[in-house]
Design a protein around this ligand. Structure first.
Ligand SMILES: NC(=O)c1ccc[n+]([C@@H]2O[C@H](COP(=O)([O-])OP(=O)(O)OC[C@H]3O[C@@H](n4cnc5c(N)ncnc54)[C@H](OP(=O)(O)O)[C@@H]3O)[C@@H](O)[C@H]2O)c1
Length: 323
């Protein structure tokens, strides 16, 4: 089968199409004929091998998992003998640790759910990582309730665009922060107020938020706490840049310690695409409360360009690779 493979860490040039043996499913795995594969910030990290801390888990000199890509949507072509939830022909979406930028991938059944019929494969493929992260951030860590005031930083990005929609679906009043080109897009997601970060400082003003979801910009915690209610919650999802070893993860590591000394809850999120989150996300997508925002579709041959386009911060929402 054709797959996008990398043998070393680097930019888009380390990714190339190669013919590799198709995977073999084990007892509790499902074979998926990939129709579309979502691109998220994590794929850039595993391609680049940055920050360096990640290499402890993914491989010191080069990635142990040579086929890139994590988010997947496609059709079930084979099931392991122990699989109970899926049959050949089902249309599914979820995440794989075996690479999704390929014609086929194998996925443990608990990492998949049925694709809602109202979604295209491209829309489904951009949803698992960003959608589950946003769900965990807003619903679980943020405990957002109807009527609360929520601030989303990086509201026009992958996680941010899902977070805005999920918070709105929970009845919150959402303010999104983004750059100029994304202002109309963030408003279209349901944010009642959008702050153009190039023209306005979100910390200036009288607003006090119950929950802040931080996906971008690596603002110091002291700056973020300034816009929060005394008993508010700050959920740190991520933020690019930072030092070579920890990148943007430094603030997440400091969060539990700082939380001990301040009245606000400060949480460094570690998300996962577990079955509960995937099912809850599926419901939100199926009844239209959340719409996956697909900015651009790239062919498999241009998976590297798709990753670079995302990393440059341009997409309105998400980008996807069609297979
Ligand atoms: N904790 C977890 O489990 C978890 C899970 C998934 C992702 N993450 C992390 O979360 C972060 C966001 O991921 P993503 O997939 O949403 O990335 P993304 O799609 O690239 O979105 C990031 C957004 O950040 C904004 N941005 C860039 N520089 C900024 C700056 N200096 N100040 C403010 N905003 C800035 C960009 O939009 P503008 O043009 O509007 O500024 C962009 O839309 C990444 O660091 C990722 O690694 C963490």
């Amino acid at each position: 089968m054709r797959a996008v493979v990398q043998n070393r860490y680097g930019g888009a040039d380390v990714l190339h199409i190669e013919r590799v043996d198709p995977p073999v499913v084990s007892e509790h795995e499902v074979m998926v004929r990939v129709r579309a594969a979502g691109v998220d910030a994590g794929v850039w990290h595993t391609t680049a091998g940055k920050p360096l801390l990640l290499r402890l888990f993914f491989g010191l000199r080069g990635p142990r998992q040579r086929v890139a890509g994590r988010d997947v949507a496609g059709e079930v072509t084979e099931v392991g003998t122990g699989v109970t939830r899926f049959a050949v022909g089902d249309e599914v979406f979820g995440t794989t640790l075996r690479g999704s930028f390929a014609e086929f991938t194998r996925v443990p059944e608990e990492r998949l759910v049925l694709k809602p019929t109202n979604l295209s494969f491209e829309q489904a493929a951009v949803s698992p990582v960003s959608g589950c992260t946003a769900l965990h951030a807003v619903r679980d860590a943020g405990r957002v309730r109807a009527g609360e005031k929520v601030l989303v930083l990086g509201a026009g990005g992958g996680v941010g665009s899902f977070a805005v929609q999920i918070a709105v679906a929970l009845g919150a009043e959402v303010t999104g922060v983004c750059s100029t080109a994304k202002v109309d897009f963030v408003a279209s997601l349901g944010a009642s107020r959008v702050i153009d970060r190039t023209k306005e400082d979100f910390t200036v003003g009288t607003d006090a938020y119950d929950v802040v979801i931080d996906t971008a910009g690596r603002n110091p915690l002291s700056r973020l706490r300034r816009v929060m209610r005394r008993r508010g919650t700050l959920v740190i999802v991520g933020g690019e840049g930072g030092g070579a070893l920890l990148g943007g993860f430094g603030r997440s590591l400091a969060a539990p310690l700082i939380s001990l000394f301040v009245p606000q809850r400060i949480i460094g999120l570690t998300s996962s695409e577990d079955q509960d989150a995937l099912e809850a996300l599926r419901e939100l997508l199926a009844d239209g409360r959340v719409t996956p925002p697909v900015d651009r579709v790239f062919p498999l041959e241009q998976a590297g360009e798709a990753i670079e386009y995302l990393h440059a911060g341009q997409p309105l929402g998400k980008v996807v690779v069609a297979v």
